[in-house]
Design a protein around this ligand. Structure first.
Ligand code: ZN
Length: 487
């Protein structure tokens, strides 16, 4: 079966519009009543096209282009989030027009060129639409979601299959899924996708903060090696990437929320296991600013719950842009606006971490300097759940556990805005606990492990200064800013 790659926003695909007008520009002028329809179909097409690329970038990347593929995939993923929000906006709130809009949405999703696998991308927008749908549309959306749920069980092995009997070797995909992605990659390889996105996605351009792991390698003899080590030390002071944590210790982090449905579900699971995490939040999910002042707030009760349950929060920019592509004042504003919203929601207390996570992990020395300017520390990750790219909870769980075993320690990147992350999380935690991992959390000034560190005092003393053993007494006060690593 051939799966055609839809071209994005190609007006000629929309036959009614084509019959009446000639081209998108004319369409806008002569057929305004058709533009909403075309918009919906174009957005649905674009979502499927982006999702196909994400899956190819994940599975067809070569060792040489994996980092770039990950950045490009995250960019496409975020584009799809925005398209999904825009589809919801098209749906509107008006009960008189909503059924008609939903019908158009449904017709666009039912396009015969889409495979069942393609339609997995509609799960998020459908779930988000449910609360505002009338009885008939609700039933339709429910049936679609049930079909997608059933499909995921067909495409991926279930949790136990994913981990038994020899857990970390085979990837938990069915042949059907593997064939599907292989077919997509034949249509457009990861190399082709990356060259198409070359002008859009921040190229390499990682900050020197990625240097620490390289600095311990063979190195360059003489002075350059020393300079490299010093640069790496400075970079480590500006940024954590998980390598700082003690052996078999993990820090759970959740990005892009808060989300009214999925964040509470994540909190329930963490509470069940008695674990704490850091939530890196996007400012616009917390509210709006006017003339530099908070003018509207969102998710206030949810934010209170996160804090009350002992979790910590960090800044993840206001609009989630690729910061290295912005001017320095724009970078400053992205950081400052979210900082003001965090100040508003959580003025003081141990939940404030003084950390910043660059969207897409995209940062360069200029962005890092700006983060430091705000008194914040950049926090990256070394274990990517790829829950943004993977529709299968079993596969997400498998990836996290495999990466944790491979790296032996680290900061885990997840997103509290997906049902699949919520579904994967209990299995992730169970598996990691069974394998003897423990979890770190932020106590207001340090990262601490949730169980006593099994290290001799001499070794404990060698830990970085921002890490404290769990048995260490808590600081007298709860400063809002973390203790700076000695530079
Ligand atoms: Zn993000």
């Amino acid at each position: 079966m051939l799966l055609p790659m839809p071209r994005l926003f190609n007006a000629s695909r929309f036959s009614p519009a084509k019959r009446l007008c000639h081209g998108a520009a004319l369409l806008l002028i002569c057929c305004p009543h058709l533009t909403a329809w075309a918009d919906i179909a174009a957005k649905v097409d674009a979502m499927v096209g982006n999702q196909r690329k994400i899956w190819v970038l994940r599975d067809d990347a070569t060792p040489a282009n994996r980092g770039e593929a990950r950045r490009a995939g995250q960019y496409l993923y975020f584009t799809n989030l925005q398209l999904g929000q825009s589809l919801l906006a098209e749906l509107g709130q008006n009960p008189d027009t909503l059924p008609r809009q939903f019908k158009r949405w449904a017709e666009a999703m039912d396009k015969p060129e889409f495979s069942d696998e393609d339609r997995l991308v509609f799960r998020g927008p459908l779930e988000a639409a449910l609360p505002r749908l009338g009885a008939e549309e609700h039933q339709d959306a429910d049936a679609r979601l049930e079909r997608l749920s059933a499909l995921r069980h067909v495409l991926g092995a279930d949790f136990l299959d994913a981990f038994n009997p020899v857990p970390l070797k085979a990837r938990p995909y069915s042949p059907r899924w593997t064939d599907y992605v292989k077919h997509l990659a034949q249509q457009q390889s990861s190399t082709q996708i990356l060259s198409e996105l070359a002008d859009t996605v921040q190229p390499g351009g990682e900050a020197s903060a990625s240097a620490p792991t390289q600095a311990t390698g063979p190195g360059v003899p003489g002075v350059p090696e020393l300079a490299e080590q010093q640069r790496a030390l400075k970079a480590r002071a500006l940024e954590w990437n998980g390598e700082e944590l003690p052996e078999r210790t993990l820090l759970l982090t959740f990005d892009d929320g808060p989300h009214p449905v999925h964040t509470p579900a994540v909190l329930d699971i963490l509470q069940h296991y008695g674990l704490k995490a850091i939530f890196f939040q996007v400012g616009r999910n917390l509210g709006e600013l006017q003339d530099g002042h908070v003018s509207a707030t969102r998710n206030e009760a949810l934010e209170r719950r996160i804090v009350a349950e002992g979790h910590a929060i960090g800044n993840h920019s206001y609009t989630h842009p690729q910061l290295p592509r912005l001017s320095t004042p724009q970078v400053d504003q992205e950081i400052a606006d979210t900082q003001k919203l965090l100040d508003h929601h959580v003025p003081t207390g141990p939940a404030r971490t003084g950390t910043f996570r660059p969207p897409f992990g995209a940062r360069d020395d200029r962005v890092l300097a700006e983060i430091e300017q705000h008194g914040l520390r950049s926090v990256i990750w070394n274990i990517d759940s790829e829950d943004w790219a993977d529709p299968l909870p079993s596969s997400i769980a498998h990836r996290i556990v495999s990466e944790a075993e491979k790296n032996g320690r680290g900061i885990v990147l997840m997103h509290d805005i997906h049902a699949r992350t919520v579904e994967a999380l209990p299995q992730v935690i169970e598996q990691l606990l069974q394998r003897g991992f423990r979890f770190a959390h932020w106590d207001g000034s340090h990262l601490v492990a949730n169980t006593p560190l099994p290290v001799a005092p001499a070794e404990a003393a060698a830990l970085p200064s921002f890490l404290a053993p769990a048995q260490a007494p808590a600081p007298a006060s709860s400063p809002a800013q973390p203790e700076k690593v000695k530079r």
